[in-house]
Design a protein around this ligand. Sequence first.
Ligand SMILES: [Zn+2]
Length: 409
Amino acid sequence: MTSQQRQVLLWLSRRGPLTRSQLGRLTGGSATAVWQAVQALAAQGWIRPDGTQASGGGRPAARWVLAPTGQRIGVVRVRPGWAGLRWFDLDGTEVETAAGDGEKLQVSWPADESADAVLPALRQLLTEALSRHGRRPTGWAVCVPGVIDPAGMVLYSSPLGLRDAALGEYLRTWTGLPAVVGNDVDMAALGESSWGAGQGCRRLLYLWIDQGIGLGFVQDGQLYMGSRGSAGELGHFTVSPEGPPCRCGNRGCLGMIASEPALVGQASRLVWVDQQSVLRQLAGGDLNRVDLATLGRALAAGDPLVTQVVEEAWARLGIVTANVVNLLDPDVVLVEGSVYRLDPDRMLATLRRAVQTHGLPTYRETIRIDGGRLGEEACWRGAVAWFRERWWGAAGQGGRSAVLERLAH
Ligand SMILES: [Zn+2]
């Protein structure tokens, strides 16, 4: 494949559907070079026409998108104690395995033993996937919670207990196939950008409020990762320097105040002194059984204690969100995760109010703050977009690292 063809595929992955003239502007290729690349890719089944776009006076121009290719990507999600694998076409649609049994490929281990168990478990999962899958896949895309560098090295993952684990390299060695690794929130941001509520946005800010808190920023279909891959560690924004200690070594991080464990912990502590709260009753009298579901029921019942805990935490989250919006100036902010699902309308109202109050006047009128559309699916599908980005973007460009050069072959 020529480098112009790869550029066409890359930009259709990031921003498709696109016309030939748009592809010319984005790839920097001449009209002839783009025409030749589009003809060749269409003939080989990589791309297909998808409607037309009115052009200035002349005939409407054909728009192009990626076509289903038959190339399979094994997408792996890893959480503490669990990993699962599903097959996707390179165009982002899920495909049945050759066995067609619909049975999920997954593997589990004791969550608190993740540091020792996760790599052997992943190797077992991939071995089983290859033996069940009818033919050789094109590669792997793995979603992991933590700080991942662009070459697939897990620099730090506190949920999995990993540090400096060359996960991408291991996968390539175990299977002989290309592999990419991405942070799970970044992958979800790419998923919403490519197929979900962020489709067509130039600058998407994605907030994930769950067991931890993270952020993904996608500009023109490309993920912003920072210089080491750790951009978006929103959970470690200091919001209260005297606050509770965090695993990162600092105090009063946002994740210690507004994540799922933080909310559950705070409500459980306060309910000891508040005999009136329905939370005690909802947990069957056992305060160790307070979880996000019981908090949700107490919140829906208008319980004053739980309402106060949630509103105080979300007010902090709102101020941080407004500051991030001031910093990055996105077109749209999308919110997802278990804590958002606790009461989506209340969360969105809180964030919108905070951005109206603390944001700059320039975008108060135009910024859109909404929930994600794909939920958990965003992460799975976004990993396919990440594979394409590395596969087509890393190849054909000089000066990349040896790892990326290998990835491209
Ligand atoms: Zn922290």
